[in-house]
Ligand binder design. Structure first.
Ligand code: ARG
Length: 273
């Protein structure tokens, strides 16, 4: 029953992902929806994991977060997708990647719609109330992006009273929301890229986001820079429904992949020192 349900669900997801993807515009020259429909969710798993005898695991992510998860043509790639693929390979599962809004991931995992969430997700005490986290697989830092030559925001102190763009539901959102009492205006966007676009257009004074996606955004958009002063250090981990035995399985696989250098290898492939 569960199989039938997930097959149905996968069909619906593939369809809605296609719709979402087709709607995001600019990045694809193909308007042939039947083509992208069959590619989106399926090819991702085929690339990253062989067919697992233990069944399929659905990974919830938000695939606009290079280099952790992002679209390359109509395929979702990145550090998280590859690490998840390596874990699933090791444990004998097939991996399917489901793209959704970042702030839907924890609910998807809680409700069982997804088996785990992996999205450059930071371990926080508040999230731990809702879901469990595996051991951390890498760390990151929140940084501040500003417009080149605009000296309104030069330090994190200057965020007080400024208009700041964030991706909704992220730790950037949480930190900057703490400054609302100091007169900061928080503009929340569905995607980090939308926050960065607002910055380019002068609608906000700064964007607070994770350092690696920040580098990718600055490389793709002229006239932006990252402030030297880091904002907050964080650890990324995979989230799994509370008290699931999958957490222990994943931690075992993660340890093995750390010990044999596979995690480092994957990270180095995407992040050049
Ligand atoms: N590390 C931040 C957090 O956990 C941002 C993650 C955003 N990830 C994404 N795939 N959009 O809140």
């Amino acid at each position: 029953m569960r199989k039938i349900f997930s097959a149905l669900l996968a069909g619906v997801m593939a369809f809605s992902m296609t719709a979402a993807f087709a709607g995001c515009g600019g990045s694809s020259s193909s308007t042939d929806s039947s083509k992208s429909e069959s590619n989106t969710s399926k090819s991702t798993s085929d690339e990253t994991s062989s067919k697992g005898s233990k069944g399929t695991l659905h990974m919830a992510t938000n695939a606009f977060f290079e280099p952790y998860e992002y679209y390359e043509n109509d395929k979702i790639v990145g550090i998280d997708v590859e690490i998840a693929g390596a874990i699933c390979d090791k444990l004998g599962y097939t991996l399917e990647v489901d793209d959704m809004d970042f702030d839907s991931i924890i609910t998807a995992v809680q409700s069982g719609k997804a088996d785990f969430g992996m999205a450059g997700m930071t371990i926080t005490e508040e999230r731990k109330q809702a879901i469990d986290f595996t051991d951390t697989y890498t760390n990151a830092v929140q940084v501040i992006i500003v417009k080149d030559g605009d000296d309104k925001v030069k330090t994190k102190e200057d965020l007080k009273g400024a208009a700041v763009g964030v991706q909704m539901g992220t730790t950037g959102d949480i930190y900057v929301s703490d400054l609302e009492a100091d007169g900061t205006t928080v503009e929340r966007y569905n995607k980090g890229a939308d926050a960065v676009l607002a910055l380019s257009q002068g609608k906000v004074d700064a964007v607070v986001i994770d350092n690696e996606p920040a580098k990718a955004f600055v490389a793709q958009n002229e006239g932006l820079k990252i402030l030297d002063e880091p904002f907050e250090n964080e650890d990324y981990a995979i989230c799994i429904a509370k008290d699931s035995s999958l957490t222990e399985e994943f931690n075992g696989a993660l340890k093995a992949l750390k010990d044999d250098g596979k995690i480092d290898e994957i990270i180095k492939k995407y992040i050049k020192a």
